[in-house]
Design a protein around this ligand. Structure first.
Ligand SMILES: Nc1ncnc2c1ncn2[C@@H]1O[C@H](COP(=O)(O)OP(=O)(O)O)[C@@H](O)[C@H]1O
Ligand SMILES: CC(=O)N[C@@H](CCC(=O)OP(=O)(O)O)C(=O)O
Length: 287
């Protein structure tokens, strides 16, 4: 009997968090770096399903950088990045769209729906969810078909949430003439969270958060302020794929998103651990 009472207590402890976040939008970015193992993916998707069934509105934005690299490699195309952004020529854009919208998006949706989650897979082209223009050069380098977000179709996302769907969004945007743009998934998650005035923006990656020394787990920051982050960027302590995450967190918070977190998506149930515990896990970014 004691065992069952303890289980009941665990559920009751979640009550204040469920009450606070009931009906609220939670944008979760699931990065390619954390997509390492099917069991862990399943646990993340269970977390997302649970959020929906306790009355929250999760929106999942996914990446897939490593899978894109893998496919490029098999086609003998060398990936090139500037500050975490993929330089995307026409051949690379075809691969990006195929891998993100065809392979990864459908795998995630199929798994969620296998749990009865009511997921719907989309990319920014569908329903003009993400309108974009060509991004300006970065550090003097032309990024090719990389997009800069112009608008998010919040009406469609709100309709889907209202009808109890979980939108699963691949980070490909569309231009005025139907052209496709490759957009970093962190940037897409931040823009969607901002446009929807989400309560929470959560980045799931392959490291436990922002570290002052990238390779030292002891140097994890539980809270990182804007000043901390800008100083670390200046000092070269935040690099590569962490740059768009911290920028998206700062921009989203400045524009009214409640909370922004960077978490380790390679541990079991990271979303539940963040949302249903007081201390949370990972790094919380503040303004
Ligand atoms: N200061 C930092 N703290 C933690 N990770 C960092 C930092 N600077 C750079 N990184 C790198 O950012 C990576 C996460 O970004 P990325 O590989 O693009 O993941 P994702 O696919 O989840 O977007 C980490 O694995 C780490 O190598
Ligand atoms: C412009 C740009 O860099 N786009 C990314 C889109 C995928 C992504 O962001 O995937 P991760 O979250 O796994 O890094 C790319 O081509 O890799």
């Amino acid at each position: 009997m004691q065992k069952y009472i303890e289980r009941a207590n665990v559920l009751i402890e979640a009550l204040p968090y469920i009450q606070r976040l009931f009906g609220k939008t939670i944008v979760i970015k699931y990065g390619g770096a954390a997509m390492t193992n099917e069991d862990l993916t399943q646990k993340i998707l269970e977390d997302v399903t649970l959020l929906k069934f306790v009355g929250m509105n999760p929106i999942l934005v996914h990446g897939g950088g490593p899978d894109i690299n893998h496919m490029l490699d098999s086609l003998d195309i060398k990936p090139k990045f500037v500050d975490g952004l993929r330089v995307t020529d026409d051949a690379t854009m075809e691969v990006v769209q195929m891998v993100l919208t065809g392979k990864i998006n459908k795998e995630i949706v199929a798994r969620l729906n296998g749990m009865g989650a009511g997921a719907i897979g989309l990319c920014g082209i569908d329903g003009n969810i993400i309108k974009a223009v060509k991004a300006p050069p970065k550090n003097g380098v032309d990024l090719g078909n990389v997009g800069q977000i112009v608008s998010i179709n919040t009406d469609l996302l709100n309709t889907l949430a209202h009808d109890q769907y979980i939108p699963v969004i691949a980070p490909v945007g569309t231009g005025d003439h139907g052209e496709s743009y490759n957009i970093n998934a962190d940037t897409v998650a931040g823009a969607i969270a901002t446009a929807l005035k989400a309560e929470k923006l959560i980045f799931l990656t392959d490291t436990d958060g922002v570290r002052t020394k990238e390779d030292d787990p002891e140097s994890l920051l539980y809270v990182a302020s804007k000043t901390d982050i800008l100083n670390m960027i200046d000092e070269g302590k935040i690099t590569g794929g962490m740059l768009p995450k911290v920028s998206s967190c700062l921009s989203a918070i400045e524009k009214g998103v409640g909370r922004a977190h960077i978490l380790n998506g390679t541990i079991p149930h990271p979303i539940i651990l963040e949302i249903f515990t007081d201390s949370g896990i990972g790094t919380m970014v503040t303004g």
